[in-house]
Design a protein around this ligand. Structure first.
Ligand code: HEM
Length: 403
């Protein structure tokens, strides 16, 4: 079975598979909720970093169980995957250590902060970007909008100088692409460490009211976070907050613009935006899978999983499980709302989920406020691609400016 999965990942079907891995997920899921083999291409990693035993959880129930049972399926193995590049972060912590660290950083992401950030940061960032192309009648919404706004938002939240934006965005993307080029990811990791250390030092001598300023003064049981804990968290936050949000807003625009009837409905009734965002997260999650590691010999949906195995937790497959959703392979903003699992579940549930939803809503609202007759130019076949990260590489559109 492992061979069959790896064939699919490495043969000529690779391009097709990257464009649309969903038929593969569906085919495997129909054979069982769990299978032995990966749903991510690990072939570019050096032998020493490649996982030895990989299983994939595909059904909604299997994915939900893995996320919620942190005792059997924990995250500590991230220390030897993404943790090699971010450093030790809450992503790889468990139990009390995880709770303590997460509590320290989560205050910044609660609804009180969001209420302030929406008018002070997110809306102005989106409108400034739209100002730059509103008069032109055509643009690429990925290049000029979706790729830009989350970086600008997070850099302001962190209190980073605007001029540094291209550098840390490039480095963040290099870091998160460690499966493709791990040497470049190590360089990016070192560059970001130096950069954030400087920001931390500056705030120690002159406190600021931004997230880095908060982290510098934060305490666990009377102890302050070490510089290493702070820059490691920041190295996680950049890719976690940028990649996912820019990709998922691109996916939303693609899914709506390629279904003009649903797009027209949202334009006519802004109350549908929330449902459109959730359906987009279900149907086209920006991150199709994350990993967990078996702490004991166990069994999941009838498949035996030995200790230390890695599990590709396939959110993309779970979100299209036909046992949970009718017409699961259709994008339909009018469907009965049933929670998806794109923000994971259990103790590692996404820390930025409220921010991500707010940013996506505001981005769409700003576009609808400022532009009309938005139409996707289909000449070059714009489409969503990639695995495990998915989004359109371009969204060429024509439009009329309002006012
Ligand atoms: C649509 C956008 C987003 C999606 C789909 C998403 C998805 C996820 C998922 C699946 C996890 C669990 C990872 C795992 O346990 O292996 C996660 C964790 C996390 N996310 Fe997000 N995320 C999004 C946006 C954001 C944003 C905007 C931020 C912050 C600026 C953020 C910060 C984090 C952090 C810090 C964690 C680690 C939580 C922990 O380990 O306790 N995410 N996210």
């Amino acid at each position: 079975m492992e061979t069959q999965a790896q064939d699919i990942l490495s043969a000529d079907r690779a391009a097709e598979w990257k464009r649309n891995p969903y038929p593969f997920f569906a085919e495997r899921r129909r054979q069982g909720g769990v299978f032995r083999g990966p749903v991510v291409d690990y072939s570019r990693l050096p032998e020493s970093m490649r996982p030895k035993h990989v299983f994939s959880a595909l059904s909604f129930d299997a994915v939900n169980t893995v996320f919620r049972d942190g005792r059997v399926f924990n995250s500590s193995g991230y220390d030897t995957t993404i943790g090699l590049f971010t450093g030790r972060t809450i992503l790889a912590m468990e139990g009390k250590e995880h709770r303590d660290h997460r509590n320290l950083v989560s205050a910044a992401f609660k609804s009180k902060s969001l209420a302030r950030w929406e008018p002070e940061i997110v809306r102005p960032v989106c409108n400034t970007l739209i100002d730059e192309f509103a008069g032109t009648g055509e643009t690429d919404l990925v290049e000029k909008f979706t790729f830009e706004f989350p970086t600008r938002v997070i850099s302001r939240m962190l209190g980073l100088p605007e001029d540094d934006l291209p550098m840390f965005r490039l480095r963040a993307i290099e870091l998160i692409s460690y499966n493709y080029d791990y040497k470049q990811a190590f360089e990016a990791s070192a560059a970001l460490q130096d950069y954030f250390q400087l920001q931390i030092d500056q705030r120690k001598s002159a406190p600021t009211e931004d997230i880095i300023g908060d982290l510098v003064t934060a305490e666990i049981a009377g102890e302050q976070l070490s510089d290493e804990a702070i820059y490691s968290f920041l190295r996680l936050l950049l890719p976690a907050g940028l990649e996912t949000t820019y990709r998922s807003s691109g996916n939303l625009l693609f899914n709506l613009l390629s279904r003009p009837d649903q797009f027209a409905a949202v334009q006519a009734d802004r109350d549908l935006i929330a449902a459109a965002i959730e359906e987009n997260l279900r149907y086209e999650t920006p991150l199709t899978s994350v990993q967990r590691f078996a702490t004991v010999d166990t069994e999941l949906e009838g498949v035996e999983i030995p200790t230390d195995s890695m599990i590709d937790v396939c959110i993309g497959s779970a979100n299209r499980d036909e046992q949970r959703w009718e017409r699961s392979e259709e994008f339909d903003i009018f469907r009965k709302p049933i929670p998806h699992i794109s923000f994971a579940a259990g103790e590692h549930t996404c820390l930025g989920l409220h921010l991500a939803r707010m940013e996506t809503r505001v981005a769409l609202e700003c576009l609808l406020d400022r532009l009309t007759n938005i139409a996707l130019v289909t000449d070059d076949d714009p489409h969503i691609r990639g695995n495990p990260f998915r989004s359109p590489t371009a969204l060429p559109v024509t439009f009329d400016a309002i006012g």
